[in-house]
Write a protein that binds this ligand. Structure first.
Ligand SMILES: *Cc1c(COP(=O)(O)O)cnc(C)c1O
Length: 459
């Protein structure tokens, strides 16, 4: 017989205390942080959903690996372990360790990019786009049209629009397309999966036009979960085999190990072509470190080797995806407007729909992140007009297409009761939301203003 409750498939050996704060204390902390949760001290946060990146809890096996880490400058045992594990998974002959995902991106995309070059993706993650644009190249996103309607339920909302892809390659000229980048899962929108059928179609077009296909594989295990359960044809394969199928279609991969490798720091670049790998290796040695450690300690590489295997364990993945979905489903039942379906690593709330009385110019997403902290000590991130808004010539705000708030769930960190608490806080916010006010910005930097902007409440 099978039970409804999915238990966390781990016991807790080491705990990190959470300082329980009161609403009065949080009110002060929020004022001192100028109503920007990025300016809060982490110690004043009870449930931190700012990001799932680098926030995983490592297993006992990984911590044991940390002690076994070999810190040799060249040819470290821990490097050989990591290389073996990454090679087996990715089918790539050439593996370069890097200190995190963006270092792998910078090396590969600065080499392939430059003026006149184009990169095409289902969606470029922000560091990916930044590295491409910094090289002088152009980054074009072509997600399927179903992905553009937040409430539209579709099983593979992360897919790339293959019709547009072929047209774009022809338009741009295949030799000007530096690479196609398939991001799995698609981070924007909370980790919407890409189907294996879509990856195969993308790969066929790339092969036909001889365009390089790179997998941004940060969440390839979470993506494999969705394929196994939503794509009938592949339901007999293991999660690991599904991921391998995906790598077979590509010419290489970049990974931030801070996601599905279950570590706090690390990444890699994996390539099949020797000439390309040699060029990247030179850049790696100049800026990151020697080719057998990149920017990593031996102990980090040991932990990555172990985490990259643990992440494919069926009990773990089921718990991981189901617990994120559970939070989303409960919020949906309460009537919180959400991005659907729930993705692999985060729940997105449509704050504009949640606070219809707050005009877009007063940042409804900021209202929700402040309410979450005020009522519950929960930290989330605004992904809307604070993050992406621009000004026109008259200094009037050009809002982002949506005002969303992301709750990104760290891996293996919070238990069911933490999640139940978050649901209760949302009920409270819904009850009180008519009283909530918007915000205006009193100070902001020129770039990436969401990190440091200061706000005042509209009265
Ligand atoms: C996090 C992330 C990156 C960048 O990795 P860092 O380790 O943060 O540098 C690139 N692509 C995707 C899809 C990501 O989620």
């Amino acid at each position: 017989m099978s039970f409804k409750t999915i238990i966390e498939p781990f016991k807790i050996k080491s705990v990190e205390p959470i300082k329980v704060t009161t609403e009065v204390e949080r009110k002060n902390y929020l004022v001192n942080a100028f109503f920007n949760p990025f300016l809060l001290q982490a110690d004043h946060v009870m449930i931190d959903f700012l990001t799932d990146s680098g926030t995983s809890a490592m297993s006992a096996a990984q911590w044991a690996g940390v002690m076994l880490g070999d810190e040799a400058y060249a040819g470290s045992r821990s490097w050989l372990h990591m290389e073996r594990v990454v090679k087996a998974l990715t089918h790539c002959e050439y593996i370069l360790p890097t200190h995190q995902g963006r270092a792998a991106e910078r090396i590969l995309y600065s080499h392939l990019g430059g003026k006149g070059k184009t990169f095409i993706s289902n969606t470029h993650f922000d560091t990916t786009r930044a590295n491409i644009e910094f090289s002088g190249a152009e980054a074009i996103d072509i997600p399927i049209k179903e992905s553009k309607i937040p409430s539209f339920d579709y099983p593979f909302k992360g897919n790339l629009d293959v019709e547009k892809l072929e047209k774009l390659i022809v338009e741009q000229g295949a030799k000007n397309v530096a690479a196609v980048i398939l991001t799995v899962t698609n981070n924007s929108g909370g980790g919407q999966p890409v189907s294996l059928a879509n990856a195969k179609a993308v790969s066929a077009i790339c092969r036909k036009h001889r365009v390089l296909l790179i997998l941004d594989c940060c969440r390839v295990a979470e993506n494999a979960y969705f394929i196994k359960h939503r794509e009938e044809e592949f339901s007999k394969l293991s999660y690991y085999e599904i991921a391998q199928e995906m790598f077979k279609l590509c010419d290489g991969a970049v990974m931030s190990a801070k996601k599905d490798a279950l570590v706090n720091m690390g990444g890699f670049l994996a390539l099949k072509d020797k000439t390309l790998a040699d060029a990247c290796k030179s850049l790696l040695i100049i800026t990151e470190g020697f080719a057998t450690y990149g920017g990593l300690s031996g102990r980090d590489m040991e932990a990555i080797a172990i985490g990259l295997q643990e992440v494919f364990e069926p009990d773990y993945l089921k718990y991981r995806i189901r617990s994120v979905t559970y939070l989303g489903e409960k919020m949906h039942q309460l009537g919180v407007p959400l991005m659907l379906p729930i993705g692999g690593h985060a729940v997105y709330v449509d704050a504009r729909a949640m606070y219809p009385h707050i005009p877009v110019e007063e940042y409804p997403g900021q209202t929700l992140v402040c309410d979450l902290y005020h009522y519950g000590g929960i930290r989330a991130v605004e992904v809307g007009s604070v993050m992406f808004g621009k000004y026109d010539d008259d200094k009037k705000l050009i809002p982002a297409p949506n005002d969303l708030v992301r709750l990104a769930i760290p891996r293996r960190v919070y238990t069911q009761s933490h999640i139940e608490y978050v649901i209760e806080v949302f009920q409270k916010i819904l009850n009180e939301k008519e009283k909530s006010k918007g915000f205006y910005i009193i100070e902001e930097p020129l770039f990436l203003r969401h990190f440091t902007a200061k706000f005042e409440r509209v009265e």
